[in-house]
Design a protein around this ligand. Structure first.
Ligand SMILES: Nc1ncnc2c1ncn2[C@@H]1O[C@H](COP(=O)(O)OP(=O)(O)OP(=O)(O)O)[C@@H](O)[C@H]1O
Ligand SMILES: [Mg+2]
Length: 581
């Protein structure tokens, strides 16, 4: 077939709401995707990306306009099955996609529904599990897997149907850096070698640099498109659209501002290193002053002492999730915990507010041993607020306002006080109080849910805030706002514990880091100490911030002294490298 594999013509879509004006999610989208193209869609939270994606396999039909897949109009009821086999979708949350109780059954679900013969199903399941590196988990129950592992299973389930088009709606958001790279490699390999068309939605700007075409959405429309270089060059326009450039491009642009002859539109570490080789004048190594945050010396508010914890204890499936974990949280610090998918991070932090209690060892929270019979769990949960990895799990009220108010209402505050706290917390998370308080929680975009879940925790005004992957699903603007908020809470005396795969975020914020692997803490220290150990991190499925990788590459070329690998933020790197140009 010639011509586009997917074509949208003047597509409008509105979500109807009872007793309220409908929400205009798409406002006239024209788009043609050619077979074999790799398209990345970017856009602020609520810009209509997921709504658009759902039109590509007839999960939603346009209110106005048409969508054609492989020449079939998605309105044609006789073609819905064909459309769904042609366009495979993986959504933001893996949990909603997993249907079976054993991994291999889950992956077989699609091919079985296609009525394929048994032998063919087995072959496809084998191959798909291999492609996402989950063969070793084929007999495991999916609900016991970590978020990232579930996401890989969901992707395998789709690959087993051999779709012509792969739509990934933030399917890498929960993965660790190496896991994320694995999935991207798979998508690119399927695209290049097998001609699969890929449409990927993401908030990671660096995932967009290898695409054939970038599409930037805002307010339900396509606002900007072109090759990655064309799009990322337009920094001011991107900022207006709540987007940003990848860290490498930002570093290049910062140098371009200092030295206009230095190219500002670089996309990869390799390009950057080549440009430095061309433009750096041979100069004496610059004076190097490692900066970073002074380590705070606060009281230890939470202490873990050789903590061990099993899942499914006493059953044949017993696993020891964490072992011998000794660590602490100091008042007033921003503590980062990193570790690859399944390393035990979530299990570790759930001990911080007595959600889990140790099977071995001891956790003390504000002086209370969480295993004690008389422990005041309410008190602990009031002082230690926790936001989970998947925000939608945490939303349980019908309306946004009630959801955010749930915690404060239990604190015995007056109506006015509760309302004020809810307003304050919502605004802190960039949610307009009037516009969102009466929205139904299930009807929010992924990023909007994340904001509501975080607002619900903030409204409790806890002394310690534990955030599990808090920036996943947020657009670049939202991420920047949240990071700024975190710093301002700390300035007001709050203590933060942040679990994240996003090394760039931790580079900007953390005072101290722990690295978790195989259920234990294997490294601890300042960000400079940890991030400079690039190889050790990579062998644990992690990575250093891209700035550190640049510094390391420049040091290897002899352009910088080796100790500069202790630099990890764009600002530090820009001022150091600026001196070399
Ligand atoms: N089921 C629904 N009912 C009502 N409104 C909805 C529903 N789903 C999404 N919306 C609204 O439609 C608009 C577009 O949402 P969509 O989920 O497409 O955004 P998105 O670009 O994917 O955002 P994110 O980056 O947060 O995932 C938003 O204003 C959102 O609140
Ligand atoms: Mg979305």
């Amino acid at each position: 077939m010639s011509g586009p594999i997917i074509r949208l013509e003047n597509v409008h879509f509105q979500y109807e709401r009872e007793g309220d004006a409908p929400i205009q999610a798409l406002r006239g989208v024209d788009l043609a995707i050619q077979p074999g193209e790799y398209v990345v869609i970017l856009g602020h939270n609520g810009s209509g990306k997921s709504t658009l994606a759902k039109h590509l396999n007839a999960l939603l039909l346009p209110t106005q306009g048409d969508v054609w897949v492989n020449g079939w109009n998605t309105r044609d009821p006789d073609r819905v099955r064909d459309v769904r086999v042609t366009v495979g979708m993986v959504f933001q949350s893996p949990d909603n996609q997993i249907v079976a109780t054993v991994v291999e059954e889950d992956v077989a679900f699609g091919p079985e529904n296609m009525g394929l013969p048994h032998g063919e199903i087995v072959r496809r399941v084998d191959r798909a599990l291999e492609q996402v590196k989950m063969s070793a988990y084929r007999y495991r129950p999916p609900h016991r897997l970590s978020g990232g592992q579930k996401q890989r299973v969901a992707i395998a389930g789709m690959l087993a149907m051999r779709p012509k088009v792969l739509v990934l709606d933030e399917s890498t958001a929960m993965l660790d850096p190496i896991g994320r790279q694995d999935i991207l490699d798979i998508a690119h390999r399927l695209n290049r070698k097998e001609g699969v068309t890929v449409v990927a939605i993401t908030h990671f700007m660096e995932e967009a640099v290898d695409a054939d075409r970038l599409i930037v959405m805002a307010e339900g429309r396509i606002q900007l498109q072109g090759t990655p270089r064309e799009v990322f060059r337009q920094v001011d326009r991107l900022r207006e659209l709540h987007m940003d450039a990848p860290p490498i491009t930002r570093l290049a642009l910062a140098l371009n501002q200092l030295h206009p002859h230095f190219p500002g539109d670089l996309l990869t570490v390799e390009e950057f290193v080549r440009a430095m080789q061309r433009h750096a004048r041979a100069a004496a190594p610059p004076l190097f002053s490692p900066n970073g945050h002074p380590p705070p010396a606060g009281e230890k508010v939470i202490q873990y002492d050789r903590v061990g914890r099993y899942y499914m204890r006493g059953t044949p499936l017993e696993v020891k999730a964490i072992e011998g974990v000794t660590m602490h949280v100091q008042r007033g610090e921003i503590l980062g915990i990193i570790g690859h998918t399944g390393s035990g991070k979530s299990t570790i932090i759930q001990h911080a507010n007595a959600l889990l209690r140790p099977h071995e060892g001891r956790v003390t929270v504000f002086g209370q041993d969480t295993r004690d019979k008389g422990v005041d769990v309410r008190e602990i949960r009031r002082r230690v607020g926790m936001a989970f990895q998947q925000p939608e799990i945490q939303l349980f009220e019908r309306y946004v306002g009630d959801d955010v108010a749930f915690g404060p209402r239990n604190l015995g505050l007056s109506r006015e006080e509760v309302r004020e706290r809810v307003r304050e917390a919502m605004e802190a998370m960039g949610l307009d109080f009037e516009a969102f308080k009466d929205r139904m929680t299930f009807s929010l975009s992924g990023g909007e849910m994340r904001r509501v879940a975080l607002a619900g925790i903030l409204a409790l005004k806890p002394e310690v805030l534990v955030l599990d992957e808090p920036t996943a699903g947020l657009d670049p603007h939202g991420r920047e706002q949240l990071l700024a908020k975190i710093l301002s809470w700390r300035a007001k005396g709050a203590t933060l514990v942040m679990v994240s795969h996003n090394m760039e975020n931790l580079a900007e914020l953390a005072d101290r880091l722990y690295v978790a692997a195989r259920g234990s803490i294997i490294m601890d220290g300042s960000p400079a100490d940890i991030f400079s150990q690039v190889e050790a991190l990579q062998s644990e499925g992690l990575n250093a911030p891209v700035v550190t990788l640049v510094m390391q590459a420049l040091a290897e070329k002899g352009l910088l002294p080796p100790e500069t690998t202790r630099i990890y933020t764009v600002d530090e790197a820009a001022s150091l490298l600026g001196g070399l140009l």
